[in-house]
Write a protein that binds this ligand. Structure first.
Ligand SMILES: CN1c2c(nc(N)[nH]c2=O)NC[C@@H]1CNc1ccc(C(=O)N[C@@H](CCC(=O)N[C@@H](CCC(=O)N[C@@H](CCC(=O)O)C(=O)O)C(=O)O)C(=O)O)cc1
Ligand code: HCS
Ligand code: ZN
Length: 776
């Protein structure tokens, strides 16, 4: 029995990679310094793993930006538009960063690769973009260098790669339509060459991640899997392949998957414990089974008694020799180390004792292995008792339950989930109240969160500046942003969200039931990280959360200012969730808290209120059969949060990084008056679903890609708006960026929004004059 892992966090214990990348991009440190930081993080990770007693070290799980982009570079998948960069001397790591972030300099204007959600997580990857005649060319140098570094620790090293079929399914054909799986015959020889090389360098096991096996697959995709693995085995029978699946179970595919010619299969037994029995039944006796028994997506301590029962069942059926113990998926999704939390006021000691972060999860694996052989590892027994004490204490904690909230949920009625009148009536009432032009312009909420602002907040948190000084500084920022929006000519204004560290954390800090870490950072994309709050008890709103800031902003202008809230599903998805009650129960509690805030904003005279739900799509289970139940409670939670207002009050929602095709009815069921979506990077492709569905309410497809520093021209945005107007009736369209502007700097934002408003004005004029011609 061996322990291993499917990947480790890579931003560094103290987010060293974030800082080094951002300094490198700003020209403040050399490439050598950045490379040294990368090496330091990799080595520190391996040392942590060795100290925790992990048997097989991973390699290939580190990345300077994104592991899918790394795979694209390793396979030579570099779209044509990035090729001219070479002539400008931009290659290697610099070309890699341009593919991630775009380029706008020296007469070149190159958009970045598209970015989207990594399955149902809050991590985002860069979408491989294939040409119709895509060829593949292996560039293994950085993987081989990492392998050599890991091998220096004198332990078995297991490289981790995205499997060939999932790699293709993660990508899309750049300009042409077509199925990326047609590229499989061209791709497989590259993988075989890579396996040969790794074998030559002493590797015995390679992990091939195939997370698509946890989704519903077409017959073509299943056939592609069969072909791929029989080809790879035929080419390289000498190397052991561990087929890794996660984020869900194999379901009906299990009996065939375990027969494919690989030497081992990894199962996520946290998201689908039910698959253990069929796996034990179907797995051929010469194969290895990797038991994903430590939760890679949540932060609660492992329940050793339960996990040991799983190990015991596996040992009884398969014997000890071919069992691997592992986290359910990569530990990328949890923070590094609970031991860093020495000073967090937001984390009660009792709750801390219920937690395990990445480093603790490694220790849990070693302990589980020792406890499975308790006869020979008696020293591990006290740790079992400690573990059981924490698990029982958590189950019994009375402060996790607030009877008044539970009763309020029990008393909810159908009325609470409906607006007073249908959309058409509301739209007329809102138009009378707001008097907005055709193609109204707005933004999604946040304006630049500068270092200055973050430092100010850090000083306020440390008590170095008073509440009054902090609040005055925030008011000053709001004054400036209101004046700027008026000057640019936006129609519905925002207050800028300057008071918020993060759109989830800000609200969580004002609700009961949440704990907070100081160092619990998790990578969201590239150098950007989030610190998910930890839900451990019932949620209740203690006081107004946003009214003070929105009211202040509204007092500065006669234009409507949008109240800005985070929705219940997103609050839930972007927190570490309770594992002692159904998710929907917590979602309704959050929804009630937001509903009360919506009402408080309305009472304060706010006429437009946005309830952000960027994680609504992310929460969708990967398997179709589980989706209706989720959609039912998720829609209900949003409606509970949003439906308590008058007809005149305009409710917006916002969703980014979402693909809407299969969920249009539930999106319409949310019945938000306006939905703003991210659409620019896909050139309005995401809007097609709304067009095909004949979406009835208003919609603002993003026309400014806020993930890239490049400034879109007015012409470019006019073209996008015209494209949108061919898909959606123009009277239903709004004009806005893809998402909030917090990651951008002020000059970029000012120039881009000016272009956006100019584009709206031009398209508006075209329609107004064409209507005048039609109705003189
Ligand atoms: C919309 N997005 C979000 C997602 N998930 C969330 N939980 N929140 C989101 O907004 N998922 C999908 C997308 C992902 N996009 C982003 C975009 C931007 C960021 C981001 O900028 N993250 C920041 C950290 C944000 C934060 O909490 N900042 C704190 C400051 C924390 C800090 O850095 N403190 C310093 C000390 C302060 C100093 O001296 O500067 C420290 O600890 O060292 C704040 O504003 O107070 C990031 O920097 O990565 C994330 C996801
Ligand atoms: N209101 C938020 C939404 C992000 S998804 C923002 O503007 O940052
Ligand atoms: Zn967004």
């Amino acid at each position: 029995m061996f322990t291993h892992l499917l990947g480790y966090p890579r931003i560094g214990l103290h987010r060293e990679l974030k800082r080094a990348c951002e300094q490198y991009w700003a020209g403040k440190i050399s490439q050598d310094e950045l490379l040294r930081t990368g090496k330091m993080i990799r080595e520190s990770n391996w040392l942590q793993q060795i100290a925790a007693g992990i048997d097989w070290l991973p390699c290939g799980d580190f990345s300077f930006y994104d592991h899918v982009l790394d795979m694209s570079l390793m396979l030579g998948v570099i779209p044509e538009r990035f090729v001219p960069l070479k002539e400008k001397g931009v290659d290697g790591l610099d070309q890699y960063f341009v593919m991630a972030r775009g380029y706008q300099r020296d007469g070149l204007d190159i958009p970045a690769l598209e970015m989207t959600k990594w399955f149902n997580t809050n991590y985002h990857y860069l979408v491989p973009e294939f040409a119709p005649n895509q060829s593949f060319r292996l560039q293994p140098d950085s993987l081989l260098a990492a392998l050599a570094e890991a091998q220096a620790f004198q332990r078995p090293v297991k490289p981790i790669l995205i499997g060939p079929v999932s790699y293709l399914l993660l990508g899309k054909m750049g300009t042409a339509h077509g199925n990326p799986l047609h590229l499989l015959p061209a791709l497989l020889p590259c993988y075989a060459d890579l396996l040969r090389l790794l074998h030559r360098h002493g590797v015995q096991w390679v992990q091939l991640d195939e997370p698509f096996l946890a989704t519903d697959l077409s017959a073509d995709s299943l056939q592609a899997f069969r072909e791929a693995y029989s080809y790879l085995h035929g080419e390289m029978p000498e190397i052991n392949l561990l087929l890794a699946t996660y984020f869900g179970g194999l379901g009906n595919y299990l009996p065939q998957v375990v027969q494919w010619p690989v030497q081992g299969v990894h199962l996520d037994l946290i998201s689908d414990p039910e698959q253990l029995q069929p796996a034990l039944q179907w797995l051929p006796r010469d194969k290895w089974l990797s038991l994903g028994i430590v939760d890679g997506r949540n932060v609660w301590k492992n329940d050793f008694t339960y996990s040991l029962s799983i190990i015991e069942q596996a040992v009884q059926k398969l014997g000890q020799e071919r069992i691997l113990l592992a986290p359910s998926c990569s530990l990328l999704h949890v923070p590094y180390d609970l031991q860093l939390e020495t000073n967090s006021k937001g984390l009660p000691d009792m709750v801390k004792n219920w937690l395990a972060f990445a480093r603790q999860k490694l220790e849990e694996l070693t302990l589980l292995k020792q406890l499975a052989f308790a006869g020979t590892h008696r020293q591990a027994l006290p740790r079992l008792i400690e573990n059981q004490f924490a698990i029982e204490q958590k189950k019994m904690a009375a402060f996790a339950h607030l009877p008044e909230i539970q009763q309020r949920i029990a008393r909810l009625q159908e009325n609470d989930l409906h607006r007073l009148h249908p959309f058409a009536i509301r739209k007329a009432a809102q138009q009378r109240a707001l008097q907005l032009p055709l193609l109204p312009t707005t933004t999604i909420g946040s304006f630049p969160q500068t270092n200055e602002l973050r430092q100010l907040r850090a000083r306020w948190n440390k008590g170095e500046i008073s509440d009054k000084a902090y609040e005055q500084a925030l008011e000053q920022s709001i004054r400036k942003v209101i004046a700027l929006q008026e000057q640019i000519g936006l129609d519905v204004l925002v207050h800028g969200e300057f008071e918020r560290s993060d759109m989830v954390e800000y609200f969580a800090r004002q609700l009961t039931g949440f704990a907070f870490t100081e160092h619990g950072w998790v990578q969201s994309y590239g150098s950007r990280c989030v610190k998910p709050p930890i839900l451990y008890g019932d949620v209740a709103r203690k006081q107004d959360m946003t009214v003070r800031w929105i009211r202040f902003a509204q007092s500065l202008t006669s234009k409507p200012v949008k109240g800005m809230l985070t929705g219940p599903v997103t609050m839930l998805k972007w927190s570490f969730v309770r594992n002692d009650q159904p998710l929907e129960q917590t979602a309704y509690q959050l929804a009630l808290a937001i509903r009360d805030e919506v009402k408080a904003l309305e009472e304060a005279g706010i006429r437009v209120i946005q309830i952000d739900e960027p994680a609504f799509r992310e929460g969708l289970p990967l398997r179709k059969e589980q989706q209706p139940a989720y959609l039912e409670w998720a829609v209900k939670a949003f409606r509970l949060a949003s439906c308590g207002v008058k007809d005149e009050t305009q409710i917006h929602t916002h969703m980014c990084y979402s693909e809407f095709n299969s969920i249009m009815q539930p999106i319409a069921d949310l019945d938000a008056d306006v939905i703003t979506i991210e659409a620019s990077r896909s050139h309005m492709e995401l809007l097609d679903a709304f067009g095909d569905f004949q979406y009835p309410n208003d919609i603002g497809p993003g026309i400014y890609d806020i993930h890239s520093p490049r400034i879109p021209s007015a012409d470019e945005m006019v073209a996008l708006l015209q494209k949108a107007a061919r898909i959606i009736p123009v009277d239903q369209l709004w004009v806005n960026p893809d998402c909030g502007l917090k990651t951008r700097n002020w000059p970029e934002v000012k120039a881009s929004l000016q272009n956006m408003v100019a584009a709206a004005q031009r398209v508006r004029n075209m329609y107004i004059s064409s209507r005048q011609v039609a109705n003189p």
